[in-house]
Every structure is written in C-alpha cells, then in structure tokens.
Design a protein around this ligand. Structure first.
Ligand code: FAD
Length: 405
C-alpha cells in the first residue's frame, strides 16, 4: 500500500484548500446565522447556488463517484477522494457546494449503478447537475430499523401501479424545498425469503399522499434547510416503472448504497477531528490559568498527543478501507468498512470532547464549530447503522475467517 498522493490529487487538494480559504471559511458565520434563524426555516442559504456554480466551473464537482461509474464519474478512486472529503468535512455544509453531500451522493450511486436509462435521465442527471436534491426513506418508527429486513412499509401492486402505505422517520433532507426525489425502501412480498421481501422505488416528492407528520430535532437542532422528519405515506401511487432493479432487490440496494456512504462520513469525521485539534492547539497556547499557559499543563499536552495519535490511526484505517474498496470491491471490503464506521465517529467524538473541555464554556457554544462536530459524530454512531450492528457483523466475519485458517 502506497498512501502517497499522486500529483493529480496533490493538485486537487491545493485547489480545494484554496476554495475553502477563499469561499467557505469566510462564509461560515453567515451560513450558521442563516441556518439557525427560525425566520429562515427550510430556506436554503442564499449564497449556496453561486458557490455551487463556482465549484462546478473549477471542476470541484461530483468528486465522490469512483471510476467504475464511467461517464458519471469525475475519475477519482475512493483512495483519491479520501483526502478531499476530509477537507470538505472541516466545514460540513460545504460538501453540498461540491455536490458531494449525503443523502444525494448515495442516491446518485444507486441510480448510476442500478437505474434504467429513463430513470437516469429523469432523476440522476438533475442530481448530478445539482439542480435538485433528494432523500432516502428507510427507517420506520415501529420497527428496529438497524435490521433492514424489518422494514415493512407496504408496496402493493395495483394494475400498472404500486400503492404505498406506511410510516418513516429520521428522513434527512426532506424539508429542503429543492428535494424533488425520494428513494424509498418498502416491502413488496411478505412471503418471500427474508432478504428478498423488500424493494426500492422512486417517489417524486410532490406525489399525493406524502405527508410530513412532524419535524425531528437532533440535540435540539432542526438541521434546516434539510431537516429530519417523520412521514406518513398514505395511498401513494407510483407507476411500476419506478421500481429500481426489480422486486425483492431492496435489501441488496440498501447494503450497496450504504457502503460508500459510510466511508465518506468517516473521511469527513476525520476532517472535523483534525480541525477541532488545530483550534484546540491554538486556544491552549493563548490561554493562561493559574499563572501558566494551558499548553504547559501536562494533561492538556496529553490530550493533544492522544488526539493526534487517534486521528492518525483513523486516517490510515480510512485510507486502507478506501484502497480495499478500489482493489477488491465494496463487498470484499465490507469488514474494513465496518471497522472504520465504528472507529472514525467514535474517534471524532473523543477528540471533539477533549477540544470542548479545553475551551471551557466557549467549548459548548457556537463560537467555534467544535460543539456541532461533537453532536454530528455522536449521531453518526447511530445513523447508517449503529456501532453495535457493525461490530456484530465484523465479529461474525472475523470468526468465520479465522476458523477457516
Ligand atoms: C440524524 C439522523 C439522520 C438520519 N437520516 C436517515 C435518513 O435520511 N434515512 C433513513 O432511512 N434513516 C435515517 N436515520 C435513521 C438511522 O439510520 C437509524 O436510526 C439507525 O439505522 C438505527 O435504527 P433505529 O433507530 O430503528 O434503531 P434500532 O434498530 O431500534 O436500534 C436501537 C439500538 O439497539 C442497539 N442494537 C441494534 N442492533 C444490535 C445488535 N445486533 N447488537 C447490539 N445492539 C444492537 C444499538 O445500540 C441501536 O442503536 C437517521 C438517523 C439520525 C439520528
């Protein structure tokens, strides 16, 4: 394994860092003030579209789609994308500027990989162009959704249509007025073998019967303009041509969709941890307590050193996971993807926790991005599969592997 970046990637890193310095970090305060002002609820920050155009013009666009996606890909491998996603992660809202943000990225992957030509023309192209946004509807309030085979929203055939009834919650991005596409996992056949009962379908956002029951908060935040929400799907009628890949393939699509998405989250978590550590290092150097700079306290130095070690470990594991995905495919790399999904958000939670502590009261405020990074990584330990589920699958894989030796 050679983790030295190629000249192409070094060039992109420099270009992206310059873009962040010139356009993203200076806009952070304004963006935050907009997004947290209830008068602007569910309205995108007005500066976002101009920044998207700038990023697109510079070729900093759709960098997440690996080479195997041919015409849709920006031509980077997962390994090449990793340091770029890390940089975007330093200001989490910025990934949208580069059309690299969840849940759109996962939905674009599904459509690029499994969509028909018509589905790609109607939905993938506007997503790739950044003209619309999307949501992914899997989780349901009444069942433990970390086990995707539990998903039970009914998708019932009716002539040339499907009629959908059920409940969903924790649906990210649904409140954004630019969200036009819902990819929904539900059950087409309760009598099929357990992993073939579900299917994934396309629901245009404005289809009658898609009702918002309530908005959900995450540690008190509404995450405007995308939000998380609980939905009721009531006699939602879609043509049968809106199914992706065919009946009974929903579980397979969900597994495939979440693999790359998980590692993208991890890359961004590392960016957040790294930035928190840099901010912490500056703060402790300038703050004096009991006649000593905080940076002269041994416990503070240990916190910085431990954080550095943990970030480096997680970064190397992420790069190795990306390398395995490129070399052996997502399925073969599922053990190391599970490992990094457990390691990276927990690491970033620990590092940001130390950075919060070193800042005293300021640490829990919005005067730095650290408190937000902390909450983000805390919920990431649940979203896209809770830690325990990944650990359980990883443990099972390793027991099998070592017993086969
Ligand atoms: C901010 C946020 C955004 C989200 N966005 C989306 C979205 O856009 N679309 C979507 O469909 N979903 C989304 N989710 C939902 C998320 O994917 C689910 O919450 C997650 O998969 C867990 O499902 P659950 O909430 O039903 O928990 P449950 O399945 O009820 O599990 C609860 C807990 O049980 C424990 N557990 C489960 N299995 C095991 C096991 N095998 N061993 C030991 N312990 C176990 C874990 O600690 C787990 O956290 C989002 C969640 C959050 C918090």
């Amino acid at each position: 394994m050679d983790f030295e970046h190629s000249d192409k990637v070094k060039g992109l890193i420099a270009q992206l860092n310059k873009f962040m310095d010139e356009h993203i970090y200076p806009a952070e305060e304004e963006h935050h003030a907009w997004a947290t002002n209830l008068e602007n609820l569910w309205k995108p920050w007005p500066g976002i579209e101009a920044l998207k155009e700038k990023a697109k013009a510079e070729g900093l666009w759709n960098l997440f789609l690996p080479e195997e996606y041919g015409e849709f890909s920006a031509g980077l491998t997962n390994l090449e994308y990793a340091p770029l996603a890390e940089i975007m992660g330093r200001a989490p809202w910025s990934s949208e500027v580069f059309n690299c943000s969840a849940p759109d990225t996962g939905n674009m992957e599904v459509l690029a990989k499994f969509g028909t030509k018509e589905q790609q023309k109607e939905w993938l192209m506007p997503l790739l162009n950044g003209e619309i946004r999307s949501a992914y509807l899997m989780t349901e309030p009444q069942v433990a959704s970390s086990d995707a085979t539990n998903i039970e929203t009914e998708i019932k055939a009716d002539g040339d249509d499907y009629v959908i009834n059920g409940r969903k919650w924790w649906i990210s991005g649904i409140m954004d007025p630019r969200c036009k596409l819902l990819l929904m996992m539900g059950k087409t056949n309760p009598d099929a073998p357990r992993h073939q009962q579900q299917s994934t379908v396309i629901i245009p956002r404005d289809t009658p019967g898609v009702h918002i029951v309530r908005n959900q908060t995450v540690f008190g935040s509404l995450h405007s303009p995308g939000g998380e929400a609980e939905l009721r799907l009531e006699n939602v009628r879609i043509p049968k041509s809106n199914i992706i890949l065919g009946e009974g393939r929903g579980f397979e699509i969900a597994q495939g969709r979440l693999g790359p998405g998980r590692i993208h989250h991890c890359m961004r978590s590392i960016g957040q941890a790294q930035r928190a550590l840099e901010i912490m290092a500056k703060r402790v150097e300038s703050r004096v307590a009991f006649g000593k700079k905080l940076s002269d306290q041994s416990s503070i130095r240990q916190d910085i050193a431990r954080s550095y070690c943990e970030i480096e470990q997680a970064r190397l594991l992420t790069l190795k996971a990306a390398h395995h995905m490129d070399k052996y495919g997502n399925k073969e790399a599922r053990d190391i993807i599970a490992a990094i999904k457990v390691v990276a958000p927990q690491m970033a939670q620990n590092v940001t926790d130390r950075a919060i502590q070193a800042h005293g009261g300021m640490g829990v405020s919005s005067d730095t991005p650290i408190a937000y990074f902390f909450t983000l990584n805390r919920f990431l330990r649940i979203a896209d599969g809770p830690d325990e589920v990944h650990m359980s699958q990883l443990g099972k894989l390793k027991i099998k592997e070592y017993n086969a030796l």
